[in-house]
Design a protein around this ligand. Structure first.
Ligand code: FMN
Length: 228
């Protein structure tokens, strides 16, 4: 039995493409893997993601030097540990989010921050940091108003040439999807190199194609879920 952890960073606006496709994926996954456990971690739920703030920093300092903590510090560290343990114990991850300003919603960044803990998800060695979550896999489901991944490798090359020569264009590039680049790199840092992508792109730029884009992404989600 495997555990699938679904990490969802979305403010629950109506008719969300990423949530619709994410839900399709989860339903198809459960049908194809009835023995597996599925956990939904909604980062916009009440209580929010445990923060990295002054209380956390002070609690870590006190923990390091064996000093007594306040109840607030103890409670916050406990939440950090619970969320981190849930992440480490999962076998597969699905990250679901809308693109916000070429990046992930802040809640997703905050979540990734709490998973980046030395000796838990990675460790330092004399040859540099190595990941500790080898063999696990992840899927990134992301909706964006424009298209970033249509041009493949040539799209990136064309983008770099345009940028070098200051040529203006409406075309975007995978290099402008900083959220996916970041997430993929964080996973790699943890030793997770199998990171699949399901991008739901261009529904704002081509409003007449919204249904078509959603329908294709839902079909892709079902196909991917069966073999994930
Ligand atoms: C605050 C905000 C920032 C956004 N930034 C971008 C962006 O940088 N690039 C883009 O293509 N779309 C951007 N969008 C559009 C959304 O990514 C797009 O509407 C997407 O479908 C939202 O996901 P959802 O359908 O799951 O709600 C932005 C939307 C909002 C509300």
């Amino acid at each position: 039995m495997s555990t699938l952890l679904v990490i969802q960073a979305h403010p629950h606006t109506s008719s969300s493409l990423s949530l619709t496709v994410g839900q399709k994926f989860v339903e198809a996954y459960q049908a194809a893997h009835p023995q597996d456990k599925v956990i939904i971690r909604d980062l916009y739920a009440k209580g929010g993601v445990p923060p990295l703030n002054d209380v956390t920093m002070e609690a870590w300092r006190k923990q390091k030097f064996g000093e007594a903590m306040t109840d607030e510090e103890k409670a916050l560290l406990k939440r950090h540990e619970e969320w981190l343990t849930e992440f480490i114990n999962a076998d597969k991850y699905v990250f679901i989010n809308p693109m916000y300003n070429h990046f992930l919603p802040a809640e997703m960044k905050q979540y990734l921050d709490l998973t980046a803990v030395a000796r838990k998800t990675f460790r330092y060695t004399s040859e540099g940091p190595v990941g500790l979550l080898n063999g696990k896999k992840a899927l990134h489901i992301q909706a964006s108003g424009s298209e970033y991944h249509q041009g493949g490798k040539w799209g990136i090359v064309k983008f770099l040439i345009r940028r070098a020569f200051g040529i203006k264009s409406k075309e975007s590039s995978a290099l402008m999807d900083l959220g996916d680049l970041y997430l993929t790199n964080v996973m790699k840092f943890y030793g997770i190199t199998d990171v699949e992508k399901l991008f739901i792109e261009g529904a704002d730029a081509h409003k007449d194609k919204r249904d078509e884009i959603l329908s294709k992404a839902c079909d892709d989600a079902v196909s991917m879920a069966k073999v994930f």
